[in-house]
Every structure is written in structure tokens, then in C-alpha cells.
Design a protein around this ligand. Sequence first.
Ligand code: AHM
Ligand code: MG
Length: 320
Amino acid sequence: MQTVESQLQRDQVAPDLRELVLTLLQASKTIADKVRRGALAGVLGSAAQQNVQGETQKKLDVIANDILKQALLASGQVRALASEEEDQVVAGNAGGPYVVAFDPLDGSSNIDINAQIGTIFTVYRALDVAPDSPAQFAQPGRAQVCAGYVLYGPSTQLALTTGGPSRLYTLDSDGQYWLTEPELTIAPDCQEYAINISNQRHWAPDTQAYIQALQAGSEGARGKDFNMRWNGAMVGDVHRVLVRGGIFLYPANTQSNIHNGKLRLLYEANPMAMLVEQAGGKASSGVQRILEVQPEHLHQRVPVILGASNEVDEFTAARR
Ligand code: AHM
Ligand code: MG
């Protein structure tokens, strides 16, 4: 079995990127330790403050953000960072070759119920603009050089791609991430979907029709039954799709405050889209490939439909 360090070497990942990934992973181990200890580490509950998106932060949102920020800023490799929990771009080492964006703690509403949560991250090459310029991150997802997440579940797992296959590693008690699935592969067809059904009345008519066909199962036009799962944490739902297949949707919504869905392009949709595509799946906004979306601002949201390629095609076909 390979450690993540030796696998990155085998994959001929550039030494500076390797170092950066290992910095991220070191921080993730500190977060994993706090998550595991939960109430004993005093990390549950609200931080009683809001982030730029008007969401009340949990203590662990703030703690995870601080851990990642500190580690990345101390690393010479990072020219700038962006985070769900930071209003603006944070400047790092002016000579650093990369910029990093992350959702430090995805699935915040799961923290206090001891359910799946995670850290999602993405790495781009730094651009020749001011380190703290939002332009550093105005790169489409296809320019990512590395994308991944760490899932803090019954075991702590890392899904990672540096442009090759999406690989899965598991954190052992020796503090090492070991390669446990060298090549995640999403089957093109599936019988499982994930969506927050409570938003049904706010979806566009074609989204409603698509989900109704899944619900009609073998008696409907699709001619087969579908099961439904919803973790309330993208990191857990996408993990399930990567490991056993399925489709995950956070579609556009007619409510004005979330008309582009809920998920953020930079540090949620893009890294997950890259992992899914490198596992043979598809990731769409409903109208275009997520990795082609040109970012307009740092915290912009995008509808997300990802997973089994034929199923994502079924969804988008209704819009053509
Ligand atoms: P967060 O980053 O603040 O945790 O919010 C994003 C999360 C996703 O992980 C998840 O897919 C979605 O919000 C759940 O939304 P809902 O509250 O509609 O179930
Ligand atoms: Mg999130």
C-alpha cells in the first residue's frame, strides 16, 4: 500500500505542489482530531457570528478555517487563499506558485449531530496579478491543478486528483493517509439520487419533471426504481456518488436569494466536478459543464448536477 506522499511521487506531481498538498493534509489531520473528540474538544455549537454569506458560523467552521489558513500562509507555496469563511482573498507569499481555495468545514449543520462533514479544497496556479486580487480566483474550474476533499466520517478519507485518476486514501492511526482505492469510477447509469426534496416547489418545471420521473420508478417513463439519499453535506453525498454511483443535485431555485442554488462555484462545485469527471462522471450547471463556468465573483453560487454520466445527460437533455 502507498502513502499519499509516495503516490504523489509515483504520479510525478511537481515537488512544490506535493509539498502544498501535504501541508493541506497536515492541517486536515488536526481538524480530524478535533472532529473526532467533538464535545470533549469544545468544538461543537455556534460561534455566534456570521460569514460574508450571512450564515451563522459554527465554532468548528471558524476553527477549521483558522487551522487551514495558518498552515497555508506559513507555506511558501501559497500566493493567496480564498475560503467560504473569508470575505476577501487573503494574500500569502508573493512568490508562491499556487493559490488555494477551500470550504474548511462543509456540512456545518451536521457538526452537532455527529454526522458526515468534510473539508473541500482546490489549487490553481497563481496569476501575475496582485496576490490579494480576486482575479487570482477568476479562473474556470478546468484550470484546477489539484482538487480534493477530506471526509470526516466513521473513518477519515481523502479523495484527491492532480489531473489523473481520482484516488481515495484512508487515514490510519499512524497519521498516514494510505491509498485504499487507486481509481474511483462512477458507473454511467444509476438507481440512486440525492436532492433536498423540501425545495421541490421552488424548482424550475423541467427539474420538477425530472425528479417526478425518478419517483415514478418502474411504473413511469424511466422504467426502473430509484432510491433516494440526502446527507445534508455535499462532501458526504458526493463521496457516496464516487464510491457507489448515483446522481447528486442542488439545482437552480426560483427563490431570489438562492436562484443559482446554494453551492459555491469556487470551493464546492469546481473541486467536486473535477473529482467526478476524473472518475468518469459528469458535472453540469444544467446549462453547461461546471468546469467551463467563468467565475464572476469569489463566493458565486452555481446549480450543481453531478454523478453518473447518463443520468446527468438525462437531466440536461430536458433543457436543450
Ligand atoms: P455549508 O458549506 O455551509 O455547510 O453549506 C453547504 C451545504 C452542502 O454541504 C449541502 O449539500 C447543502 O449545504 C445542504 O443544503 P440543505 O440545507 O438545503 O440541505
Ligand atoms: Mg460547504
